[in-house]
Design a protein around this ligand. Structure first.
Ligand code: IMP
Ligand code: MG
Length: 224
């Protein structure tokens, strides 16, 4: 398993697997009948996926215009704040146009429904949605992606543009940062005798978990 920043990464989708899926997604999008297409990449998480997907779209015979919108729903930690903020808008007029939103993950659906409603309100003729990943069962409101790369389990993933506190975006694969397993935590997992030998108590366990989260920076996630 690869190591980055001293942490072990478990690869969920390799670079090769993602590349192959992007080609298939581009074919799917090319046959979906979008006209006068404007692709809107939802920053920041989708920038790597969007960069690869638009080149695959070219390979599939499409010639889209490309724009960027910056939306923020995560303010701290790895949980969504529930509110979506427009950080940076697109410059194009979408009236009468077909728009394809590209995002990294569909989770609660808040980010993408905000973006979709915005484009619809502005008069887009059709708004399609392409996501690299979908985490099922977590929707806070109705939202369906038209094109989905992979369905993933409910884990916090990084890489291929996705981050924790701006780290790990550069990874060419999608992965999960493995928990740090300290000597005490390992003893905790083995049972109470081992815990006692290691001088461990419930309070120690909470404390050691909080400390290791702090070191990993999981609780200081300013935005997606
Ligand atoms: P939603 O609004 O809850 O659907 O959240 C979507 C946004 O949250 C995505 O565009 C990501 O930027 C971010 N996000 C959700 N889950 C993860 C994750 O596991 N890793 C990194 N970012 C995530
Ligand atoms: Mg995002």
């Amino acid at each position: 398993m690869p190591k980055v920043r001293g942490r072990t990464l478990r690869v969920l989708h390799s670079a090769d697997e993602i590349a192959a899926r992007n080609l298939a997604l581009a074919q799917e999008i090319a046959t979906a009948g979008y006209d006068n297409l404007l692709v809107v990449s939802v920053l920041k998480g989708s920038f790597v996926f969007a960069a690869d997907l638009i080149r695959a779209l070219h390979g599939a015979g499409l010639a889209p215009e490309v724009e960027f919108i910056s939306l923020s729903s995560y303010q701290a930690g790895t949980k969504s704040s529930g509110k979506v903020k427009l950080v940076r808008d697109i410059e194009s007029d979408v009236r009468g146009r077909d728009v394809l939103l590209i995002d990294d993950i569909l989770e609660s659906g808040r980010t993408l429904s905000f973006a979709r409603d915005l484009m619809t309100k502005r008069g887009a003729r059709r708004v399609g949605v392409a996501v690299l990943l979908e985490k099922p069962g977590k929707l806070a409101q109705p939202m369906k992606a038209d094109h989905v790369g992979f369905v993933v389990p409910d884990l916090f993933v990084v890489g291929y543009g996705m981050d924790v506190g701006h780290a790990f975006r550069e990874l060419p694969y999608v992965g999960v940062v493995e928990e740090r397993r300290t000597r005490i935590a390992r003893a905790g997992a083995r049972g109470s005798r081992a815990r006692m030998r290691a001088g461990w108590s419930r309070r120690d366990a909470g404390e050691s978990r909080r400390k290791s989260r702090g070191r990993a920076g999981y609780r200081s996630r300013p935005e997606p």
